[in-house]
Design a protein around this ligand. Structure first.
Ligand code: SF4
Length: 463
């Protein structure tokens, strides 16, 4: 017999943990709201859930009331992403757009030692205070942390979600490398829109996630991007690293990518797949460092190998297109921090954040914005705290750590980034071997411009 309770005047069913349950019946009656961290990826992921019969919506509300609701219901010592995500959910429930008695919320639980595993508890507490304690909260996790009777992650669903992440990474990577140079404005975004629709339909029809379909789909994505007519110019290349939410979410980073493009920059944002591999690999590192079950190691290792295989397919697909800069392998990323920071450093983005900075510099994106949320100790250590070390290793690194919090002004953040860009442009001139190898009238299709000709116009100075 299921336990029930009255919360904020509504009768609810409780799950085995004593929390409001998302029951199987709710699949038909409730709309699940999820934060929109990375637009391309999350649209694909949402469509996977929809194909399993869930009604799901990505949250796009981004007005000041999001921050205000967060400040009202979350302790102001809590890290900024938690404040924003919770504020956005309560703001949506307040908006009148949804019937709160027919709405559920979904939030990720990473299972690591950081606060991201505990956002769910902060959210439930905030919901009770805001009068929505009866709204069920679904935990999206792969660590067996929490479950509810009406939502279950199955193996085919996980495989589709992983495929969605890789498709998202590929489109984000190529969009960023094509959009600053496109001749016909809007063409790149129109392509992303069309491909997202096509891939979503495939995933909804139980296709597009097996290796036999996955590789041709990736090949098709690259081919389509390579057809977009572009005119390459020698512009400043900037990488974005940082805590995962503020790195990807335009709500979290005040539209950082758009701002950088307005400043005539090409942006590189490392993909989500690296983070997934890092999270899985951490479990293996834990067992290596502290011991643990051999069976668990074998299971996690199988998942790690599966993800590595997907990464390999993506990189192999990019190989024949030298005009596109492919990301480094996870293995290479990990090797970059040997002797720099321990592989056991895994809170927040852990050593991965440091590795991503080193990799960006190595691959021609020496100018970096390191996004740091307020209240995030781990990423201040592995991000801001490692800037000096990264510069010692590679003096080309031109990194600006930017803090994001409810009180910081956008003007202040943008001025600091502009300062970094001024240094970047100075360095570009200082280290230029020759003026520019890209003639102003070089109108061509992306395929016609080999990567080597797009290398940054500076040489590594002698250390
Ligand atoms: S990594 Fe930082 S922002 Fe993310 S949960 Fe931990 S403290 Fe919060």
């Amino acid at each position: 017999m299921k336990k029930t309770a009255i919360i904020n005047s509504q009768k609810v069913t409780l799950n085995k943990y004593g929390h409001v349950d998302f029951t199987p019946e709710m699949k038909k009656t409730h709309t699940i709201l999820i934060p929109n961290m990375a637009t391309i990826h999350f649209r694909l992921l949402r469509n996977v859930f929809i194909s399993y019969g869930y009604k799901m919506e990505l949250l796009t509300n981004s007005s000041r009331s999001v921050v205000d609701e967060g400040l009202k219901y979350v302790h102001n010592d809590t890290c900024y992403p938690a404040l924003l995500v919770i504020g956005q959910m309560i703001d949506a429930l307040n908006s009148g757009k949804y019937d709160p008695t027919r709405t559920a919320l979904m939030i990720t639980q990473t299972g690591g030692g950081c606060r991201a595993s505990n956002y769910i508890h902060l959210l439930r507490k905030a919901l009770v205070k805001a009068g929505y304690g009866y709204v069920p909260v679904i935990s999206l996790n792969l660590s067996g942390l929490e479950s509810c009777s009406g939502f279950r992650l199955t193996l085919p669903m996980i495989r589709k979600l992983v495929a969605g992440v890789v498709y998202g990474d590929m489109m984000m990577l190529l969009r960023n490398q094509v959009i600053p140079y496109e001749i016909n404005r809007g063409e790149t975004d129109a392509l992303v829109e069309r491909l997202t629709e096509e891939l979503s339909q495939q995933l909804a029809q139980n296709r597009g996630y097996r290796l036999s379909e996955f590789a041709p789909n990736l090949e098709n994505i690259v081919r389509e991007f390579a057809k977009i007519p572009v005119q390459y110019r020698d512009i400043t290349r900037v990488g974005i690293v940082g805590e995962i939410y503020v790195k990807y979410s335009s709500l979290g980073n005040n539209n950082l990518e758009d701002f950088l493009r307005e400043q005539d920059c090409e942006v590189m944002v490392p993909g989500i797949m690296g983070f997934l591999l890092f999270k899985v690999d951490n479990r293996l590192e834990d067992i290596k460092l502290y011991g643990g079950s051999r069976l668990k190691y074998m299971v996690v290792d199988a998942l790690f190998r599966y993800l590595t295989k997907m990464e390999r397919v993506m990189l192999d697909t990019l190989a024949p297109y030298p005009q596109f800069k492919a990301p480094a392998t996870y293995e290479h990323l990990k090797s970059l921090v040997d002797g720099v920071i321990g592989h056991g450093s895994k809170m927040g983005e852990g050593w991965l954040l440091t590795a991503e900075m080193l990799e960006l510099v190595e691959s021609g994106y020496p100018n970096i914005v390191c996004t740091q949320p307020f209240g995030c100790l781990p990423n201040h250590i592995v991000g801001k705290g490692m800037v000096r070390k990264v510069r010692q290793i590679d003096p080309r690194a031109n990194i600006v750590p930017i803090d994001y919090d409810p009180g910081s002004t956008i003007v202040n953040q943008e001025n600091r980034i502009k300062l970094m860009l001024a240094v970047a442009r100075e360095q570009q001139q200082l280290f230029a071997k020759e003026p520019s190898h890209m003639p102003a009238d070089d109108t061509t299709e992306a395929a016609a411009m080999p990567q080597k000709e797009r290398e940054p116009s500076f040489a590594k100075p002698a250390v």
